[in-house]
Design a protein around this ligand. Structure first.
Ligand code: ADP
Ligand code: MG
Length: 622
């Protein structure tokens, strides 16, 4: 195929910007070239996160010997010729920049052969010069090796992240490309180990299986519809699949993987009411649309496009997915995770941790990758600002253990009693002008305000907030419920049944929906709004025990223990990574309460240390 050098008129029309930012962007460009070359098999090999070596091998059409050198000239492309061609691009590439850019910042070797030629061609470029240009034996197709990325651009080199992070990015991009092209067999090999392999059997469901695994693939349903001359096909997850980030929303337009706010919003609108607030659905959606109705020439990496009629695309996608969802078993309004799913996620997490420690990251298997990253950043912030100080303080606190004194009459805020003449931290509460510094042991929020330092137990705080919310809603007879995805069946003893029967009204007023289900069981269809996780059967037994124990009267006051039990079971436990932002919102809610200091079970929620005490520990004050 002939490679044209674009004239400056066309070049000026191409969105300007760098295409090569990091190993993953090199790989994206190279793999897209292989896809444009009609390859049915593409292998990507990397070493050290692609920093040391990137090798992309395909069995595509190859480059004719006479054209090989031209391919490395900037704005040389076989894919378009004139300005008009920009309006109807069907290939992934069209800018003619990738090979030139890659060769400018790494050492490149290219081996290629077309079907019609008997021998192939091999070129090596170092420091922008062709150091080797020779005939060589080669299979049909192209292999491109880029090594020592950014060896001559120290500024860029510094910007590359750890091998693990770069490998995750690469895995993600190769996964997306594999999902966009189920007809191509993709293989990704990192440091000699295969980390992704798709079959190339042209079945999208199989590609999803290879990328996301068996459990997720069980819960997807296919979409294939044409409306308003837009074809929407692919798969969506049943509402049972709810993820913490948008990373599981995949969009392809005319075979190109893209990021699109419009499409994200369209899908999320369709899933509204099916997916809990703050959670995101799964989808792999392909749109086929007249090339004239989109503009892909808006972003140098071509990952963003512009729809000429955004509203039409939005409405079409929303409608198609909404219809599909409406056709599914629709007894679910709000779905919580099933305990099975939770177990699976846990298993996945453990697997991830293991993989991460053996340095074989797999970005696509990490449902919380973006979140984790965010948390990494937050951790970094803490490191910069207060790492040493905080570490020291905490060590001192815990070795001297004056933080919480069991005998203290105000257990909520325990300061060492011998310093009573000094400003009691309780006087400073509730916190107003505070700063959440971070999270400790995934369990405590660290908060500073003026001359005080506070540790806030996140579970106790959450429990307290939920307890008060539930209590207030109960008093107002307005406890909202959430429908369980799968009703919970609880087997009960005769005694338990009796107590439930006699309190069924109150229990339902709590926000539960409990009904008899056979002679010795109950079915729970709804739980109070405060539940952040799926309740277990044990929780209900505990709740019923509470009723049995107290020989509950119908007086509201005596419900306190039940509120407490329910709030406790509904709330997140310790060992739950939370961001500073989450901490801030929780503490804000907590500070609105009359008594933020104790959890419903009476345990302290907040412990405090004054600056004075800290300085004493460090012998700054004697
Ligand atoms: P673009 O993809 O925008 O055309 P590139 O710099 O990526 O620009 O590639 C330049 C040209 O080299 C392409 O237009 C194509 O003709 C040729 N080429 C690059 N990679 C391959 C490949 N793997 N197989 C066949 N031809 C290729
Ligand atoms: Mg290209």
């Amino acid at each position: 195929m002939k490679i044209n050098i674009l004239d400056s008129n066309v070049i000026d029309k191409i969105a300007a910007g760098e295409v090569v930012e990091r190993p993953a962007s090199v790989i994206k460009e190279l793999v897209e070239n292989s896809i444009d070359a009609k390859a049915s098999s593409i292998t990507v090999e990397i070493k050290e996160g692609g920093k040391k070596l990137i090798r992309v091998t395909d069995n595509g059409i190859g480059i004719e010997s006479s054209e090989v050198k031209k391919a490395f000239i900037r704005h040389a492309t076989s894919k378009i010729e004139t300005e008009e061609d920009l309006n109807g691009i069907i290939s992934l590439g069209f800018r003619g920049e990738a090979l030139a850019s890659i060769a400018a910042v790494s050492q490149v070797e290219l081996i290629t052969k077309t079907k019609d030629q008997t021998v192939g061609r091999r070129v090596v470029i170092k420091g922008g010069e062709f150091t080797i240009d020779e005939e060589c034996g080669a299979p049909d197709g192209t292999t491109l090796i880029a090594s020592e990325l950014f060896y001559n651009v120290p500024a860029r080199k510094k910007f590359m992240k750890s091998d693990t992070t770069e490998t995750s990015e690469i895995t993600e991009i190769v996964s997306k490309l594999a999902l966009a092209h189920p007809e191509i067999a993709f293989k990704l090999i990192s440091n000699g180990k295969a980390i992704l392999h798709t079959a190339g059997d042209d079945l999208l469901k199989n590609a999803i299986y290879y990328v996301y695994g068996k459990e997720l693939t069980k819960e997807i349903v296919d979409i294939d519809e044409v409306q308003n001359e837009i074809k929407v096909s692919g798969f969506i997850g049943r509402p049972v699949i709810q993820r913490a980030t948008r990373i599981y929303e995949n969009f392809f337009v005319n075979g190109r993987y893209i990021k699109s706010r419009v499409l994200e919003e369209a899908v999320e609108e369709a899933f509204y009411g099916y997916v809990m607030k703050g959670k995101f659905p799964f989808c792999v959606l392909s749109l086929e649309i007249e090339p004239e109705l989109i503009d892909i020439n808006v972003h140098p990496a071509k990952t963003e496009i512009r729809f000429k009629d955004e509203n039409l695309v939005y409405e079409t996608v929303t409608k198609i997915i909404k219809n599909k969802l409406a056709g599914l078993d629709n007894s679910i309004l709000v779905s919580l995770k099933t305990s099975m799913e939770e177990k699976l996620e846990r298993a996945e997490e453990i697997k991830e941790q293991r993989e991460e420690s053996s340095k074989a990251p797999d970005a696509m298997l990490s449902p919380n990758k973006f979140l984790d990253k965010k948390k990494e950043n937050i951790k970094d912030d803490i490191k910069e600002v207060t790492k040493e100080e905080t570490e020291d303080i905490i060590k001192t606190i815990f070795t001297q253990s004056t933080l919480y004194d069991e005998s203290n009459s105000i257990p909520s805020v325990a300061i060492s009693s011998d310093e009573a003449e000094y400003e009691d931290a309780t006087n400073a509460l509730p916190l107003r002008d505070y700063k959440v510094i971070g999270q400790l042991f995934n369990t405590y929020f660290l908060v500073e305000e003026g001359e005080n330092f506070y540790l806030i137990d996140q579970h106790a705080a959450k429990e307290k907030v939920n307890y008060e919310l539930l209590k207030k809603a109960y008093e107002n007879k307005s406890v909202n419920s959430q429908v369980l995805l799968e009703p919970i069946i609880v087997n009960v003893t005769g005694k338990e049944k009796e107590v439930i029967d006699s309190h069924i009204e109150e229990i339902n007023r709590f926000g539960f929906d409990i009904e008899e289900f056979g002679p010795d069981s109950f079915r729970i269809k709804e739980v109070p709004f405060i539940f952040e996780k799926i309740p277990t059967e044990e929780m209900f037994h505990e709740m019923i025990d509470e009723l049995l124990d107290k020989k509950l009267s119908k007086e509201l006051k005596t419900f306190d223990d039940m509120f407490a039990t329910v709030a406790c079971k509904a709330s997140l436990k310790a060992n739950d990574k939370q961001s500073v932002m989450e901490g801030e919102s929780l503490i804000r809610q907590l500070m609105e309460l009359e008594n933020p200091f104790n959890c419903p079970h009476g345990r302290p929620v907040i412990v405090a240390l004054t600056k004075y005490e800290i300085e004493k520990k460090f012998k700054r004050i004697i």
